[in-house]
Ligand binder design. Structure first.
Ligand code: 4AZ
Length: 233
């Protein structure tokens, strides 16, 4: 996260870090005691047995935990690895998380009105473009753009699909390593509205961060999660 501040321990109890072969690669969001949401591009063609998640952790350099093992990866069937369209995946854990370690984020209604709203992006990604990852999670408040604003920005309409939303603020953005992590609206409850997906560089003027738009995936999520989730609207 560029232009943000440090998350205090326990402040965002749904924020998780995703490891592949023991190495931190992406963010993720806890939505139930045994389910998280991340980006499909973080787990594309990766076997679940190579993945673990860190939950309730702060300084990932000081963590002694291997992470909680992932048992199943549900990639969105329409994920496009060239355009990152439909960049959402559900991770199922082998065991439910201990209750004292997390609180799930809420999921949005089927078709939320988001343009102009404030949201919070968070993660262990770089704090400057091409910088190293952060040991502790960072967060920044950004504003959600309308679809028209975003297709009219630097990327053009061919790249930003209706399954994506754009968000940024001057000198504030998600960055490398934040992928898969949450874009949350704090009001009225902490609700997962976006998943960090892509962008050109970090905090460049005219190039907002691009996020998978979670409300567009609610029909798919309801099937993927079936009865597992107490957090559905
Ligand atoms: C990345 O490479 C990445 N500024 C994530 C977010 C953004 C750019 C790159 C948005 O993971």
């Amino acid at each position: 996260v560029v232009g943000g501040g440090a998350v205090t321990p326990g402040e965002l109890p749904w924020l998780a870090a995703l490891k592949r072969d023991g190495k931190l690669i992406c963010g993720a969001t806890v939505i139930a005691r045994d389910h998280l949401i991340t980006a499909t591009h973080c787990v594309y063609e990766v076997e679940a047995s190579r993945l673990t998640v860190l939950v309730g952790e702060f300084d990932v350099n000081k963590s002694r935990s291997e992470g909680f093992p992932v048992s199943h990866v549900f990639q969105h069937p329409d994920f496009n690895r060239y355009t990152y369209d439909n960049d959402i995946a559900v991770l199922r854990l082998a065991e439910p998380l201990p209750d004292n370690l997390f609180r799930p984020a809420c999921l949005p209604d089927d078709d939320d009105k988001l343009a102009g709203a404030d949201a919070i992006v968070s993660g262990w990604g770089s704090t400057i473009e091409k910088g190293p990852p952060s040991n502790i999670p960072m967060k920044a408040e950004v504003q959600i753009w309308s679809h028209e604003e975003c297709t009219g920005a630097g990327y053009g309409r061919r790249k930003v699909t209706p399954r994506m939303i754009c968000a940024n603020a001057p000198e504030r953005d998600s960055c490398t390593g934040d992928s898969g992590g949450p874009l949350l609206m704090a009001q009225p409850h902490f609700t997962l509205v976006g998943i960090v997906s892509w962008g050109r560089g970090c905090a460049r003027q005219g190039y907002p961060g691009v996020y998978a738009r979670v409300d567009r995936f609610m029909p798919w999520l309801k099937v993927a999660l079936r009865h597992a989730c107490t957090c559905l609207p």
